[in-house]
Design a binder for this molecule. Sequence first.
Ligand SMILES: N[C@@H](CCC(=O)N[C@@H](CS)C(=O)NCC(=O)O)C(=O)O
Length: 211
Amino acid sequence: MSETRELYGASTGNSIRAAIALAEASIEFTPRCLDLRSGDQRAPEYLALNPLGKVPTFADHSVSPALVINQSNAIIQYADEQAPGRLSPERPSAQRYRVYDRFYFFVTDVIAPSHSAFFLRQTGQQDASAPLDRRALEHLLMAEAFLEGEYMAGDFFSMADISAFTFARSVHGQVDWEKLPRMTRWLALIETRPAVRLGLQAFESAPSLRK
Ligand SMILES: N[C@@H](CCC(=O)N[C@@H](CS)C(=O)NCC(=O)O)C(=O)O
């Protein structure tokens, strides 16, 4: 673990995707776990790093001033740039743009409506949340057609797989997997990756923000 690089987060999709991307890029970091129910994200020392009071936040103290990244997808992009070729093809090419295309499909057409639905449920608007949940799920299931190769953007692992993975896992019980043979194989394949396991566990036993 690196004390110079920290990833503040919780066991939520956004934090786990960021942790997986850093691990896949072999960027060492210390996970710092926030208890969102207790409001750790609104503690003044955390707000100094992330004025929005949200997780995740990545901080690299090895540079001066420290590099701080607040958005999960910007952390994934950082990981991609730090380890060329690991999360997307190294050079501009049709394959690289397919990775980006599918990455943004999962980010904007699956994860974003699902987050909006979550907000509506939290605020008691169940009826309004249901169509957004359905839309997110329907979009995820379209990815069966992406899987002509083993992975979401071809024959190689990429950030597109990271963006699809946590949501696919979170709706596991709502999907008829027998109708989705490619996605079933894909999910099992992604789950066995050491960096994915590391990301999934990062905030289970991580040192807490409150030391
Ligand atoms: N667009 C942000 C969203 C971050 C976000 O909404 N994080 C949630 C957890 S998934 C959070 O921190 N919620 C706590 C709160 O809003 O108080 C990202 O992708 O990083």
